[in-house]
Design a protein around this ligand. Sequence first.
Ligand SMILES: [Mn+2]
Length: 308
Amino acid sequence: MTKGIGFDIVGDIHGHADALERLLGRLGYTDSGDGYSHPSRQMIFVGDFIDRGPQQSEVLAIARNMCSKGSALAVLGNHEFNAMGWAMSDGNGGYLRPHTPKNLTQHRAFLDQLNEGSAAYISAIDWFRTLPVYLNLEGLRIVHACWHQPSFDLLRPHLDSRNRFTRDGFVSANRKGSDIARAAEIVLKGPEIALPPPSSFVDKDGHERREARIKWWDGSATTFRLAAIGADPDALPDTPIGSGYLYDTSKPIFFGHYWLRGAPELTSASAACLDFSVARSGYLTAYRWSGENQLHAANLVSVPAAPD
Ligand SMILES: [Mn+2]
């Protein structure tokens, strides 16, 4: 399975196949008519292949082909997790992910493009079931939203030997309010922590929130004020958040999910968020990893959502 020591880790694609093909070209992957490959390197996808963008079938065709030929590895994103839940009966006449208007809005482009219920749709859902929740490789780690060993430990009985949800495990992970559902949420959507009362802040959609997503990858983000994402720091207390989610930095961690804005930059020497919002006219970004323990910004390779 392993071709060498070179991995090119790619952020959230969300149905943007043109950008993916431009990035593959920049990285020296070529399509010989049999799918994209590189003579000495492998790609790793951090998940969130689908929803939002206009070319979701094309993205899946490229990624699935690369994974089946050994040219790429991939992990599960929250959008694939949600797609599996949308497709799976709850045994009570409903679905594991309820077909509410809000959930439909988030998923409609995928349902339309894949033609919900078609053979292609069912095949896509079956492929999502084969994606591991995380990859712990020699020298690097990959997860969609948060590397958190206690959550992996909680999930362990619900995963197979290759870290993929078992059928029963997936049902458990959709049981709202359970420890297993919380663990799945932490690793696929990122941890949220309760603010000390009476603190709250108003998020970008104008909703008052009493919980904040945190920069679990930043060892210096030790207080609510420093660690919260998407909140006005002045609205938050300068009190410790505790170290339960902070990354141990023993191996470089690569992840996506956070919709970062602006020109791609390296998160830190031991962490790289690769989601630079290609689905919001940002960039599709890869990190070219060749065995180093300290990451370098010079190894980021990006293409804009639309070519100039
Ligand atoms: Mn995501």
